[in-house]
Each structure stands twice: as structure tokens, then as C-alpha cells.
Ligand binder design. Structure first.
Ligand code: GLY
Ligand code: MN
Ligand code: MN
Length: 372
């Protein structure tokens, strides 16, 4: 199955429904989604009858292997992207053009308009996002691969952990492992937060050392060719293998248990037809009942795919309705300033009759202990 072609067909049907001649795809992620092209600085003009990619000579050879059969307009070095696109739009004889209103800047539009006078511009909001929200089999395979890279990297990372390591060095080491096992890059700057630093949900890494606290939080992900994974685990270093588990502070054990319970409730609520707000509420209720409602200051989760944060949102007031093929994170957390935070994050596929947890790194307290 040629999925990019199928996606383009879906958009052509939308062009017909909306009585528009073409869609100008300017968001690089969307150009990749609709063509398989991994380069940049290119616009896709997707028309009812003809589609062409406006690109430049740096990518000609790459395009021949990544998107054979795609019509190209390779602009000469004497022309910029706006001039070449303007020329293409004029040549195609378009009268109405939809543009990605969430991604084309005002300046981009002004520069394009200078090139093609009489075109009727129509804002297209979330047209491509609406397709991307449900993953096809090729995307699910890519997401599973991105999860596999992240999990293998974490396994190697755990084995490296030493009390004298600091957050920054550990984040670098984790990112190296992600690449070493096959990831193109990390999905986002990795978070390694020791002790009280973990109370910052997106803590930037510092020189704080593992040995300075009883636990640390690690939030990381791997990106394959295009798709991103996103996980969070707690690690509880144990200095003595023979006494492992006997030195877990009681507050950590309690907060951990509540977060894990909240996550299980959230995962249990993931099914087709559930709204984002319902799934959020299922987990939030557990944290609120335990008296920590004020310490869970973010949404329960988000979609993952070609972007690390995408639709659907799982948070209070989210009307997004889950459908089979969506992939979301479930990541409740409790953050206590001065003490630290516990967050546990997994990646979940919505299936026709419920959900499948795609991530498999142990998430319970026992599985979080690591002898250092
Ligand atoms: N790593 C960012 C997040 O969990 O959403
Ligand atoms: Mn996340
Ligand atoms: Mn994360």
C-alpha cells in the first residue's frame, strides 16, 4: 500500500467537497506525511488533477529514491521558494487555493501573493492534522519501532547509572544510546531530574548528581525516520544489591502507588468513543481522592506521531473523541515542590475494543529499582 498516495487522495476528496482547486502544503511535517520526503525547504501543491513538489537541487537525488513518481518542480538557484511556487500556481491555472492557516506565516503569504496576483486564498485549518490523528498500519509500525528504540536505549542507560553521574551527563548518555540503537534522534531534549528537581515537570538537566537523592525521573523518547515515542520512568537507585528495596522512603512509596493507580485508571478509560476529558478525569479522580489534586498541574496525555505533542489532547475540557488507530500518552504526575515529583508515562494505542499498551519497560516500584 502506498500510504502517502492514499493520504493525498483523501485530501483531493476534501478539495472537491470544499470547492477549492488546490491545497498549498507548507508545513514540513505535512510535506513528509503526504510524500515520504525527508528533506525540507519544499512546498507541496496538491491539486485536484495535478500535484507537484516545489523543491531545489539539493534534494533531486534524494527525491528520486524517497518519492519516485512524484512530479517535481526543481527551482533554479536564481529563484527563491516563493518565486518558484508562485510560478507553479500560475502555471497550473488555479483560481482558489487553500493554505495551511496554522503554519503559513503572514510573511510567507505576502511573498507568495506578490508572485501570483488573482488567486483566491482560503484558510484550511487542520486539514492534514485531521488525517494524521488516526494512524495507518505503516505509522503504527513506525511508532512501535520508535518505542523499541527508546526502550532499548533505556535498558543500556540503566546499566550505566552511577551515584556520581549528574543529570546533564546522564541526559547526554541517554541520547547517545537512543542513536546507538537505531534512533535518528531523540523526540525532545531528554529530562533527567534528580530528587527535588523532579518536581519540575519539564526540568532542564543540571549538574545535580544521582547520589544526592533517593530517586530520579527520566522522561525520554526516540525518533525513528519520522515518528516519536515518549516515556517517563522513575528510577530508585539501590546502593546495596543484597538490601535492594528495603531503603525506599515511605513518601516515595505512597506517591508512586497513587500515580501508578491513576495511570491504570486512565489506561482503563481509553477506548473508542471516550472523550479526552473522560480519560483525564478517570486518572485525575484517583489523585484528587488521595489529596494530591493540586499537585497534578498538567493534562493526562497527548497524541504522539510525527510530532511529539499532537491531537488528541487528554485533559480537562478536551472534547476530542477517541477512535481506533489513535496513539496517546498517559502520564499522570504528582509534584511536590522541595521534595520531588513522580510521573509515569506510557504510549497507548486505541483499538476497536479498548486499547493496547505499546510500551513495556517495567513501571512498578520494584521494576524501578536499580543497583548502582
Ligand atoms: N516529554 C514531554 C511530555 O511528556 O509530554
Ligand atoms: Mn508526553
Ligand atoms: Mn514525556
Amino acid at each position: 500500500m502506498d500510504y502517502p498516495v492514499l493520504r493525498r487522495h483523501n485530501l483531493v476528496a476534501r478539495l472537491q467537497r470544499e470547492a477549492v482547486d488546490a491545497l498549498l502544503v507548507s508545513h514540513p511535517v505535512h510535506v513528509s506525511y503526504l510524500t515520504g520526503f525527508s528533506g525540507e525547504s519544499s512546498y507541496l501543491v496538491l491539486g485536484r488533477e495535478r500535484t507537484l513538489l516545489v523543491t531545489d537541487g539539493r534534494f533531486t537525488e534524494q527525491l528520486a529514491s524517497e518519492c519516485p513518481g512524484l512530479e517535481l518542480l526543481v527551482r533554479p538557484t536564481t529563484q527563491n521558494l516563493y518565486q518558484a511556487t508562485g510560478e507553479a500556481l500560475t502555471k497550473l491555472g488555479l483560481r482558489t487555493l487553500a493554505f495551511e492557516s496554522g503554519h503559513l506565516t503572514l510573511l510567507d503569504m505576502e511573498l507568495l501573493r506578490e508572485q501570483c496576483g488573482s488567486l483566491d486564498w482560503k484558510p484550511a485549518r487542520d486539514w492534514v492534522e485531521a488525517l494524521r490523528v488516526v494512524k495507518d498500519p505503516s505509522e503504527l509500525a513506525a511508532l512501535r519501532e520508535a518505542i523499541h528504540f527508546a526502550e532499548r536505549a533505556f535498558q543500556a542507560f540503566r546499566a550505566l547509572l552511577r551515584p556520581e553521574d549528574n543529570e546533564k551527563d546522564l541526559a547526554d548518555a541517554l541520547e547517545h544510546q537512543v542513536r546507538r540503537v537505531g534512533g535518528r534522534c531523540t523526540s525532545f531534549p531528554s529530562i533527567v531530574a534528580v530528587g527535588a528537581r523532579s518536581a519540575l515537570p519539564h526540568a532542564p538537566p543540571t549538574s545535580k548528581r544521582v547520589g544526592e537523592a533517593d530517586f530520579l525521573l527520566v522522561d525520554w523518547g526516540a525518533c525513528g525516520k519520522f515518528y516519536n515515542s515518549d516515556l517517563t520512568r522513575m528510577l530508585v537507585p539501590q546502593p546495596h544489591a543484597e538490601r535492594a528495596g528495603r531503603m525506599v522512603p515511605s513518601q516515595l512509596a505512597e506517591v508512586f502507588r497513587i500515580v501508578l493507580q491513576a495511570q491504570a485508571a486512565g489506561i482503563g478509560a481509553v477506548r473508542p468513543g471516550a472523550k479526552g476529558m473522560d480519560v483525564d478525569a478517570a486518572a485525575r479522580k484517583v489523585i484528587e481522592a488521595a489529596g494530591y489534586g493540586a499537585n497534578f498541574g498538567h493534562g493526562l496525555g497527548h497524541g504522539i506521531g510525527m510530532m511529539i505533542h499532537e491531537a488528541p489532547a487528554l485533559r480537562p475540557l478536551s472534547e476530542a473523541v477517541l477512535q481506533p488507530g489513535m496513539v496517546v500518552t498517559i502520564e499522570p504526575g504528582i509534584y511536590l515542590p522541595g521534595w520531588g515529583g513522580v510521573r509515569i508515562e506510557d504510549d497507548i494505542l486505541v483499538t476497536p475494543d479498548g486499547c493496547e499498551v505499546l510500551t513495556s519497560v517495567p513501571r512498578d516500584l520494584e521494576g524501578s529499582m536499580v543497583v548502582v
